[in-house]
Design a protein around this ligand. Structure first.
Ligand SMILES: *Cc1c(COP(=O)(O)O)cnc(C)c1O
Length: 426
């Protein structure tokens, strides 16, 4: 490893949620191909993380490379104010077709957190525009994660998001406990009680409920009942509150349906997508809403929706997203996700009996080992090159959401590495 490069990194460069006083030395990647990351020293790691849910087709994919190169020769970017282009039109056409029928109006933005802020703004501007000015707060589930900007952060879990650090700045939202009912179970009246009470008491001040449907990702890798989601949709209607579904992690087949809300056969008023949309190539996200919300906003005081990022609808990102969604749609993704789910279940669920394991669970192409004590990240980082697998546990969670192209033998190695980390690093 080039020592001066690494020492510069340690002294000068922030990594996600990292310390510059006691940095955990990062692994130095030189290139990536298929499901493998190659380090500067030549070590190869099987990527169990798909670069945080996004690289679903693997790295250096010929079809995505070609889409990028073709678009690069035409234009990599033009502003979206007053201008339009085929990459954006083609992408939005696909998104309107793939998302539930009522979602017809697409707002493209740079990243997931921004897409959530945009969704919150849409909800606020909708109620203001139709003359209901009291509806300004949001309800979220504890254990949720929706992003790192101040708006999206205000609806993240208040404890793990350390809201007290930012109390002067963050809007105080309403939180309800995440449902105890598991995926595959029905939700009882008791399961719905917390949400129902909050809505009954505060609906006049609530603009929207925001959930990650079925899978809570970075807030705890937790899977919950589709019936809960279905009944939550009904409660939102009953109390005249909008439903925002954050499908940034779950979108594009990760949970076994193309969008996780399809497990519950419901449609949100506003949906956020991102992460896997460009196959992990570039940052791009979308916030999609209904005719009703769009009309409400556009016929109100401002007459326009008040948002417009500089790099909105970046053509390069849109062209790659088109190619990535095309690859997925043309594949038998359902059977493939079921293949991954079956193998993760076979390899990981038996470890539920292990003395260091609190719970092991699998849904779609997501496999999780929740340990009894926290994972030592310094130890993990040292062990991974020997295991030949890239994992990035947090807290008590050792998990994988592999690229969908991962072979059976590589997935076996990923599961073995997760078990080794459980045994040696907790
Ligand atoms: C990752 C994530 C976000 C934030 O997306 P960024 O692109 O990192 O800003 C929001 N919501 C969910 C559910 C996510 O998993």
């Amino acid at each position: 490893m080039n020592q001066s490069a690494l020492s510069f990194d340690l002294q000068h460069i922030w990594h996600p949620y990292s310390s510059l006083s006691e940095p955990v030395p990062p692994l130095h990647v030189s290139h990536a191909e298929g499901v493998r990351l190659t380090l500067q020293n030549g070590d190869e790691l099987i990527d169990a993380m798909a670069s945080w849910w996004s690289a679903i087709h693997g790295y250096n994919h010929p079809v995505l490379n070609k889409a990028a190169k073709n678009q690069l020769d035409k234009m990599s970017h033009v502003m979206f104010g007053g201008l339009t282009h085929n990459p954006a039109i083609d992408l939005c056409r696909q998104l309107v077709a793939l998302t539930p029928d009522e979602l017809t109006k697409v707002f493209l933005s740079d990243s997931g957190s921004v897409a959530v802020d945009v969704a919150m703004k849409m909800a606020l501007q909708y109620w203001y525009s139709i003359g209901v000015k009291s509806k300004t707060r949001f309800v979220a589930l504890r254990g949720g994660y929706h992003g790192d900007t101040l708006g999206s952060m205000s609806v993240c879990d208040p404890d793990t998001g350390m809201h007290h650090l930012f109390s002067g700045m963050l809007t105080q939202q309403l939180f309800v406990d995440r449902p105890a009912c598991q995926f595959g179970e029905l939700a009882s009246d008791a399961d719905m009680a917390a949400l129902e009470q909050t809505l009954a008491e505060h609906h006049q001040s609530i603009a929207a409920v925001i959930f990650e449907p079925i899978v809570q990702g970075a807030g705890g890798m937790y899977f919950y009942s589709a019936d809960y989601l279905r009944r939550a949709r009904a409660l939102c209607d009953q109390y005249n509150v909008l439903l925002i579904l954050d499908e940034i992690a779950t979108g594009f087949a990760r949970s076994g349906e193309f969008f996780a809300c399809e497990h519950a056969a419901i449609c949100p008023d506003i949906m956020c997508i991102g992460k896997a949309m460009t196959g992990g190539y570039l940052s791009l996200a979308a916030t999609i809403t209904t005719d009703k919300i769009a009309t409400g906003i556009c016929e109100g005081e401002a007459g326009v929706f008040m948002h417009g990022p500089t790099f909105m609808a970046n053509p390069l990102a849109c062209a790659i997203a088109n190619a990535s969604i095309g690859l997925l749609s043309q594949s038998d993704w359902r059977t493939n996700i079921q293949r991954i789910e079956a193998q993760l279940s076979k390899n990981l669920l038996p470890i539920n009996d292990h003395p260091k394991v609190a719970n092991a669970r699998v849904l779609g192409a997501i496999g999780v080992i929740e340990t009894k004590s926290a994972v030592d990240m310094h130890k993990v980082q040292k062990l991974l090159p020997d295991l030949g697998v890239w994992l990035r546990p947090f807290g008590k969670l050792i998990y994988t959401m592999p690229p969908y192209i991962m072979s059976e033998s590589d997935l076996d190695k990923v599961c073995d590495a997760m078990i080794a980390v459980t045994e040696q690093c907790t």
